[in-house]
Design a protein around this ligand. Structure first.
Ligand code: C2O
Ligand code: CU
Length: 440
């Protein structure tokens, strides 16, 4: 069966940097890219910046803002981003999280490029093929650099703007470390923000977990729908009210709703002091949703065709055990996060041949969540704890594997190169839970 994904998402409407004429440009591998060129310059620089509350962050930024310059393009555009490093230290890169770019554009320091030194620059070029909500971040010492602010939103709107949402906003969640301690925020809004939205408006809110810990999303005042995960629309997502959705570090969840005649509020972990409130009059508010039961994603939405599934014949199958314990890593003895009993760079690489259909089973034998992120490929979730996905297909780039859980995923090896496969709790990745996927 042909893969059918409803590639609809909200419209742009954001200020666009330089828009070039249609022309041809060449990517790092010498390939030719055709399409309208959207040109961005992202300058990494140091800045002391305030959040909405006035708490200040000593940040490393991409473009002088918290988070970095949002990049919003249309499907079919050629994205050209010049990264300029004006930091005094450190060296940086840009990785396009969830975007299946050619390997040379993937922005992994030490693997696909050298990190860009202070004073240096580097240009990425790729075609925006996948519609949806993504983000970008530095991939050199990512644990430290993402924490300090080197990340931003990346959204690709559909080529045809047939049915744009009336309100289309990103809620980029990050826990900033400030002069007043740790402050969770949507973007730089570390409080409850209220926005006036007319009843009947169609709303799309793009939640990005730019943090390491798993966060639990809830919407009070619904109903609402979980329209997309990791950028890909879900098929036939049903109406939700009290359900909550856990989003692992690096993951995204798009919320869709039709504005009712009363306030609606998006909250994270039920926090009373952080929220995004949509309000008919711009003032009336609503408390954060508390309680609620976790949405069972394996049964949400309805099935639709996928190019492969649990019953397919796999060319390669891998089991990856996720463990924690004491061991040596980076020349020191301490707490480590292991894959198949080894810590990076000693974890044996997963190898594939181009065209292979690959199944990977992650078994979490720890007490921590592990959002497993494979670069360069979207994976299809086949099952969780042996329970097959019977709802909407779930195409993910960051698979949340909770303590004790087993998650089975499949992907087509269709993007040659050397790719990272790591936990997106970036402290775990730095602590050893990182491996490579390589093409033979
Ligand atoms: Cu979002 Cu390897 O990273
Ligand atoms: Cu982890």
């Amino acid at each position: 069966a042909a893969m059918s994904m409803t590639d609809s998402a909200g419209h742009g409407g954001h200020a666009m940097p330089t828009v070039g004429p249609v022309r041809q440009v060449t990517d790092l591998a010498g390939g030719t890219l055709d399409g309208p060129v959207r040109r961005f310059t992202i300058t990494a620089s140091q800045a002391r910046l305030p959040l909405a509350s006035g708490a200040t962050v000593d940040a490393w930024t991409f473009g002088g803002t918290l988070p970095g310059t949002p990049i919003r393009v249309r499907q079919g555009d050629v994205v050209e981003v010049t990264l300029v490093n004006h930091l005094s230290t450190p060296s940086v890169t840009i990785h396009w999280h969830g975007v299946d770019v050619p390997n040379a554009e993937d922005g992994v320091a030490g693997v696909t490029q050298d990190a860009v030194k202070p004073g240096g620059q580097f240009t990425y070029r790729f075609k925006a093929n996948q519609v949806g909500t993504y983000w970008y971040h530095s991939h050199e010492l990512a644990n430290e650099q993402v924490t300090h602010g080197l990340f931003g939103l990346f959204v690709v709107d559909p080529a045809d703007q047939a049915n744009p949402a009336d309100v289309d906003e990103a809620l980029v969640y990050h826990d900033w470390s400030t002069d007043r301690g740790s402050r969770p925020a949507f973007g730089a809004d570390d409080g409850v923000r209220t926005r006036a939205v007319a009843p009947g408006s169609r709303v799309r809110l793009r939640f990005v977990n730019a943090d390491s810990a798993t966060r639990t999303l809830a919407v009070a005042g619904g109903p609402w729908r979980l329209a997309a995960l990791d950028g890909t629309d879900l098929h036939d997502p049903g109406e939700l009210r009290d359900e909550t959705v856990a989003v692992g570090g690096g993951g995204r969840a798009d919320i869709a709703l039709t504005m009712p005649d009363h306030p609606v509020r998006v909250s994270v972990d039920g926090a009373p002091d952080l929220g995004y409130v949509l309000s008919p009059d711009g003032h009336a508010t609503i408390p954060a949703a508390t309680g609620g039961r976790a949405l069972d994603l394996t049964r949400y939405g309805t099935p639709t065709g996928t190019p492969f599934g649990a019953a397919s014949r796999f060319d390669r199958t891998y089991l990856v055990d996720l463990d924690q314990g004491l061991g040596f890593h980076g020349g020191a003895f301490g707490f480590v996060f292991a894959m198949n009993g080894q810590v990076f760079p000693d974890v044996p690489m997963l190898t594939v041949r181009e065209g292979d259909l690959v199944r990977v089973t992650f078994r979490n034998r720890t007490l921590a969540d592990h959002p497993m992120h494979l670069h360069g490929h979207r994976v299809l979730l086949l099952s969780k704890d042996g329970v097959a996905v019977t709802g909407s297909p779930l195409w993910l780039d960051t698979v949340l594997v909770r303590p004790g859980e087993t998650a089975e995923v499949a992907f087509r090896a269709d993007n040659p190169g050397i790719w990272m496969d790591h936990c997106h709790d970036l402290g775990h990745a730095a602590g050893g839970m990182t491996m490579h996927l390589g093409y033979e």
